[in-house]
Design a protein around this ligand. Structure first.
Ligand code: NOJ
Length: 734
C-alpha cells in the first residue's frame, strides 16, 4: 500500500473508532438518563453464587454482575432474567478467575513467566478466553501483576515475578491474549489488572498484610506493570486487600483517582476485591458500612465484589447530600462502557456449543509447549538428558502422580483427572520399565514407606524424584514462614541418595523453595512450578532430551528464608560485603572496623540461584559486546550488539538478557535493572548476532519529586544469560 493510501485507511479506521466510541457514549448517556437511583446502584453490585434472592434481585435491577455464577445454564437463565425481565434490560457481566487457563490448565503465572516468551503467554490467555467465553464468561480476574519479591507470600505463584520489566511484558501479553483484537469478538473476554496496587509487598510475606511503599518506589517498581496493562487496553482493574501507606487500596484516591484516572486516563471500571471494601472497617480506616460506601465511591471503586456497602448505604448518602450523585453516575458509566465494548447489549448470550471448546487436542499440545518452556534446569552434573534405553526407572515422590497439585492454585475449572501426570506420561513411554513408589502420600506427609522406596530404587538405573509443595499450600492465604520442603521430603531425598543411583530431583511448587542441602544429594534439579494439565508429558520430554530446557527464573531463589525479601534489583549499601562465617570468628575476637560489613554471619549475600538463571543442555558463549556509541544525549539511542554461539551439537533456545545500572542518581538507583531480553532458537553450533536498542525509556526513572527523568552520568550495561553473569560495557549520558 502506498503511503498516502495507508494514511487514508488509518484515518478512516481512526474515524470509525472515534465514532464508535462517541456512539457508545451517547448510548450510555441515554441509558443513564432512564435509570432510577436504585437501578444505578444495582449496576455497582457484583453478586456471587451465594448471594440472597438472586432471581428476584436480577429482575429488580439489583445486580450488575456475578462472579462464580454457576454453570452455563445458570448464567443463561440469569442473563435472560436481566435482559428480558428487568425494566431496562441491561445485561449482566459474568466474571470468573480464569488465571492460568480454564479447563486446559497452563503453568501457574510464575511458571509462564519463566518462559520469557510473551507470544506463548499471550496465546495461552487467548486459549483460556476461548474456552471460558464458550461457557458464558465475559470477564476474567486476570492478569495478576503484583510484583512479588517475597516467596513466603503464597500468591507469588499467581504473579509473573519480581521484575517490573518482565512482569510488564507478561501483563501486556496476557491482556492482549484475553481481550483479542476487539473486546466484542465472540471469544474475547475482558481482562482485569489486579491487585491495584502494591499487594505483593505484604510485610513479612503474610497475605493481606500492610504495605509501606514510598511513592517513587511505587512508580518505579509496583505500578509499572499496571501501566503496561493500561497501555495494552485492559478493560478493568481490581483494587486490593492491602493497606498502602496507611490508606487501604479499596479506598485509595491516590492510586485509583490520581494515578489511574487522571494520569493514565483509564475509562473502564474498577472492581473491589472480595469484601475488600468492608475490610476497611477492620483496617481502622472506616467506621461503618456507611463510611465504607462514601470512601470507596469517592476514591473510585465502581463495582463492589460480594459485600453490599453500596447497596445498603449509597442511596441514603446521596439523598442526604453526603455523597454527590455524580460519583454514582461516573461509576455506572464506567461499568456500562465496558458492557457496551464487550458487545453485551447486542449479544448477551454465549453461542453455546456444549463442551466443544474445552481441552481441544491442539490446545493441549500448546499447553505442553508452554510447560516445556517454563521448566528451569537448576543443576545438571552430566546426567541429563537421560537415555531412552534405560532398563528400569524409579519414579518416587508425592508429586509424581498428583493431577490436582500440578494444576496449581487458582485453577477452579481445571480438573485433576484431565492432568497428565509425570507418572502417566512416563508409563506411556516406558510401560513396565517404570517402578513407582510415592514414598510419601502428600508433600506434607511424615510417614515414609522406607522399604518400598529402597526396593524401587535398588532395582532401577536412575531415580526420578518428584518433590515440592502441594497446590493447597501455595496461593492465596498460603503464606509460609519456612521455605523448605514440607513434611518428611528431606528424609525421603536422603533415603534415596543412600543408593548412589543417579538421581534427578524434579520440584513442583508454587514458589521458590530453599533446598541447598538436598541439592547436594542429587545429580540434577529441574524446577517445574505447578505446570498444569500437560506438565507430565512436558517434564518427560525434557528429562529424555526431546526439548532442551530453556526456562529462566523470573524470581530470585534465596539460600534461606532469612534472606528474604530478596530481589536482584536492590540498591547498594554503603558497605562492602565480604563473606564471613559465624563459625570462623575466633573466640575473643576484638572489634575490628573492617568487620562492620553488610552481610549475615551465617550465610553469604548471594542467592542460591539468581534471577534470570536457568541451564540448558546446550552451552552458549557470549562474545563481542559492542555499543554504537559510548556517549549519548538523553534523547539518543544506543544500539547494542553481541555474538551468541551455541557450542553444542543440539538445537536449543537461549534467553539473552540486558541489564543496566545508572551509577549515580538524584535518588540511589538499583545495582542492576533488566531492560530487555531476547529468546532465540539456535541450531547446533550456530552463532547469531543479537541486537538491542537502549532508548530514553530504558534510562528513565521517577525521581524524588516523582518526575520521570533521565539523569546524565555513567551507566553500566551487561548482556548475559542471567542477572549475575554477562559481558560488561559502559556508556555516558551527557
Ligand atoms: C479474592 C482474590 O484476591 C482475587 O484475586 C479474586 O479474583 C477474587 N477473590 C475473586 O475470586
Amino acid at each position: 500500500m502506498k503511503t498516502p493510501t495507508r494514511i487514508l485507511v488509518l484515518f478512516c479506521l481512526l474515524t470509525l473508532l472515534v465514532q464508535g466510541q462517541n456512539n457508545i457514549e451517547e448510548k450510555i448517556e441515554n441509558l443513564l438518563s432512564q435509570m432510577t437511583i436504585d437501578e444505578k446502584i444495582g449496576q455497582l453490585q457484583q453478586g456471587f453464587n451465594g448471594s440472597d434472592n438472586i432471581e428476584n434481585g436480577i429482575v429488580n435491577g439489583k445486580f450488575g454482575s456475578f462472579l462464580n455464577a454457576g454453570d452455563i445454564e445458570t448464567k443463561i437463565e440469569y442473563q435472560k432474567l436481566a435482559v428480558n425481565e428487568s425494566r431496562l434490560g441491561i445485561p449482566l457481566i459474568f466474571g470468573r478467575d480464569v488465571i492460568h487457563g480454564y479447563r486446559t490448565v497452563f503453568p501457574i503465572p510464575l511458571g509462564q513467566s519463566a518462559t520469557w516468551n510473551p507470544d506463548l503467554v499471550k496465546k495461552a490467555a487467548e486459549i483460556a478466553a476461548y474456552e471460558a467465553s464458550e461457557q458464558g464468561i465475559h470477564w476474567t480476574f486476570a492478569p495478576m501483576i503484583d510484583i512479588a519479591r517475597d516467596p513466603r507470600w503464597g500468591r507469588i505463584a499467581e504473579s509473573p515475578g519480581e521484575d517490573p520489566y518482565l512482569v510488564s511484558v507478561m501483563a501486556k501479553a496476557m491482556v492482549e491474549g484475553f481481550q483479542g483484537e476487539s473486546l466484542s469478538n465472540k471469544n474475547s473476554i475482558a481482562a482485569c489488572a489486579k491487585h491495584f496496587a502494591g499487594y505483593g509487598a505484604a510485610e513479612g510475606g503474610r497475605d493481606y498484610n500492610t504495605t509501606l511503599i514510598p511513592e517513587n518506589e511505587l512508580r518505579n517498581i509496583y505500578l509499572r506493570p499496571f501501566k503496561a496493562a493500561k497501555d495494552a487496553g485492559v478493560a478493568t482493574y481490581m483494587s486490593a486487600f492491602n493497606d498502602l501507606n496507611g490508606v487501604p487500596t479499596s479506598g485509595n484516591k491516590f492510586t485509583l483517582k490520581q494515578v489511574l484516572r487522571n494520569e493514565w486516563g483509564f475509562d473502564g471500571f474498577v472492581v473491589s476485591d472480595w469484601g475488600s471494601m468492608v475490610e476497611m472497617i477492620n483496617h481502622g480506616y472506616c467506621e461503618s458500612e456507611t463510611d465504607v460506601a462514601k470512601v470507596a465511591i469517592e476514591a473510585g471503586v465502581d463495582m463492589e465484589m460480594v459485600s453490599q456497602a453500596y447497596a445498603n448505604e449509597l442511596k441514603k448518602l446521596i439523598e442526604e447530600g453526603l455523597v454527590d450523585i455524580e460519583y454514582l453516575n461516573t461509576a455506572v458509566k464506567n461499568i456500562l462502557r465496558v458492557k457496551f465494548r464487550l458487545g453485551l447489549f447486542d449479544n448477551p448470550f454465549p453461542e453455546y456449543e456444549g463442551e466443544s471448546a474445552l481441552l481441544k487436542s491442539e490446545n493441549l499440545e500448546f499447553a505442553k509447549k508452554v510447560a516445556h518452556e517454563s521448566l528451569v534446569l537448576l543443576k545438571n552434573d552430566n546426567v541429563l538428558p537421560l537415555s531412552n534405553t534405560l532398563n528400569k526407572i524409579a519414579v518416587i515422590g508425592p508429586l509424581a502422580n498428583s493431577g490436582r497439585d500440578q494444576n496449581g492454585t487458582w485453577a477452579p475449572d481445571g480438573k485433576s483427572e484431565d492432568a497428565v501426570t509425570p507418572l502417566t506420561a512416563l508409563r506411556e513411554r516406558f510401560n513396565d520399565r517404570i517402578v513407582y513408589e510415592a514414598g510419601l502420600k502428600t508433600s506434607r506427609s511424615t510417614d515414609i514407606d522406607n522399604d518400598a522406596v529402597l526396593k524401587a530404587v535398588q532395582q532401577s538405573d536412575v531415580v526420578l524424584l518428584f518433590v515440592g509443595e502441594e497446590e493447597i499450600i501455595a496461593g492465596e492465604a498460603k503464606s509460609r514462614a519456612f521455605l523448605n520442603f514440607p513434611g518428611k521430603q528431606k528424609e525421603l531425598i536422603e533415603l534415596v541418595s543412600q543408593s548412589n543411583k543417579p538421581t534427578i530431583m524434579i520440584i513442583l511448587a508454587g514458589r521458590p523453595l530453599t533446598f541447598s542441602a538436598e541439592a547436594e544429594l542429587v545429580d540434577a534439579i529441574l524446577f517445574a512450578w505447578h505446570p498444569g494439565t500437560m506438565g507430565g508429558p512436558a517434564i518427560a520430554d525434557v528429562l529424555f532430551g526431546d526439548y532442551s530446557p530453556s526456562g529462566k527464573l523470573p524470581v530470585t531463589f534465596p539460600r534461606t528464608v532469612g534472606q528474604v525479601p530478596y530481589y536482584y534489583n536492590h540498591r547498594n549499601t554503603g558497605r562492602p560485603a565480604p563473606i564471613t562465617y559465624e563459625a570462623d570468628i575466633p573466640l575473643g575476637t576484638p572489634l575490628n572496623p573492617k568487620d562492620f560489613v553488610s552481610n549475615y554471619l551465617d550465610v553469604p549475600n548471594s542467592p542460591e540461584y539468581p534471577f534470570g538463571f536457568g541451564l540448558s543442555y546446550a552451552e552458549f558463549e557470549y562474545d563481542d559486546l559492542s555499543l554504537s556509541s559510548t556517549k549519548i544525549a538523553p534523547e539518543e539511542n544506543i544500539l547494542v550488539s553481541l555474538e551468541v554461539t551455541n557450542k553444542s551439537d543440539i538445537q536449543a533456545d537461549e534467553i539473552i538478557q540486558l541489564y543496566i545500572r545508572d551509577r549515580v542518581g538524584s535518588i540511589t538507583r538499583p545495582v542492576k535493572e533488566l531492560k530487555d531480553f531476547k529468546k532465540e532458537t539456535f541450531s547446533p553450533n550456530e552463532t547469531k548476532i543479537i541486537t538491542f536498542t537502549i532508548d530514553k525509556e530504558d534510562l528513565s526513572f521517577y525521581n524524588y519529586e516523582n518526575k520521570l527523568v533521565v539523569e546524565p552520568g555513567k551507566f553500566d550495561i551487561w548482556v548475559g544469560p542471567n542477572s549475575a553473569e554477562g559481558l560488561h560495557a559502559e556508556f555516558i549520558v551527557k
